[in-house]
Design a protein around this ligand. Structure first.
Ligand code: IW7
Ligand code: ZN
Length: 244
């Protein structure tokens, strides 16, 4: 299934590093100088899971460098902030990045910020090297997130000692390119690291995602049926691959 490029986000010339994109794997440039990703994770940093109305975030304590991402395409140490998912109204779509024109049922984003160069997440988000996001296409049915008490917008519950490794494939080869946030304010501050290996998601888990409500307990229930942005133009960017 092809993916349409949304023109409205590309009218002005300055927005030439927008995300997500369609990654044409044969056009990706193998870069032998790209290092393996170094993911250091401390389960005691996971704090809570929150329904934000357009998606839900699992948030981490990012007051110190306890869970960090380094090496890979990065020149600094990046601190874990949150992870969230994107999904579609059916199992036929839902991912934000598209691989050789193929859309996947969902995508996980693990958001880190450059704590080596910047004092805060908010400050880092104003700079091209401010954030790094790991994208994982499809997902494992190992993910069984209990979302029952998260049903309505604004709800949150504690989410401690979570094992992030359950969300990642064993093979961490990746494509990388410079892009943006895929939600407002679309800042072009993200080093995207899209894993090449992915794992299938269970349809039951996708149904649970679509069961979350973007309304409060006092409003008519409206489910979060989908929350993925259309692919954007590549412009002058090159996608690099960590694997030949
Ligand atoms: C200071 C403004 C930064 C706003 C972005 N915040 S974020 O955590 O990086 C983020 C990234 C993304 S994405 N899809 O990784 O670009 C989606 C949502 C959010 C969020 O705000 O929940
Ligand atoms: Zn995202």
């Amino acid at each position: 299934m092809g993916a349409t490029v949304s023109q409205d986000d590309n009218d002005s010339d300055c927005h030439t590093h927008q995300s997500p994109i369609n990654i044409w794997t044969k056009m990706a440039l193998y870069d032998p100088f790209l290092k393996p990703l170094k993911i250091q994770y401390d389960p005691t940093t996971s704090r809570k899971i929150v329904n934000l109305g357009h998606c839900f975030n699992v948030e981490f304590d990012d007051t110190s460098d306890m869970s960090v991402l380094s090496d890979g395409p990065l020149n600094s140490r990046y601190r874990l902030r949150q992870f969230h998912f994107h999904w579609g109204s059916s199992d036929k779509d839902g991912s934000e990045h598209v691989i050789d024109g193929n859309v996947y049922p969902a995508e996980l984003h693990i958001v880190y910020w450059n704590s080596q160069k910047y004092e805060s997440f908010e400050e880092a988000a104003k700079h091209p090297d401010g954030l790094a996001v790991i994208g994982v296409l499809k997902l494992t049915n190992r993910i069984t997130l209990n979302l029952v008490s998260l049903l309505i917008q604004g709800k949150e519950h504690s989410f401690t000692k979570y094992n992030l490794a359950r969300l990642l494939p064993n093979d961490l080869d990746y494509w990388t390119y410079h892009g943006s946030l895929t939600t407002e304010p679309y800042f072009e501050c993200v080093t995207w690291i899209v894993l090449q290996r992915a794992i299938p998601i269970s349809s039951a888990q996708l149904t649970r995602f679509r069961g979350l409500l973007c309304t409060s307990e006092y409003e008519k229930p409206v489910p979060i049926m989908e929350n993925h942005r259309p692919v954007q133009l590549l412009h002058d960017r090159v996608v690099r691959s960590s694997r030949l």
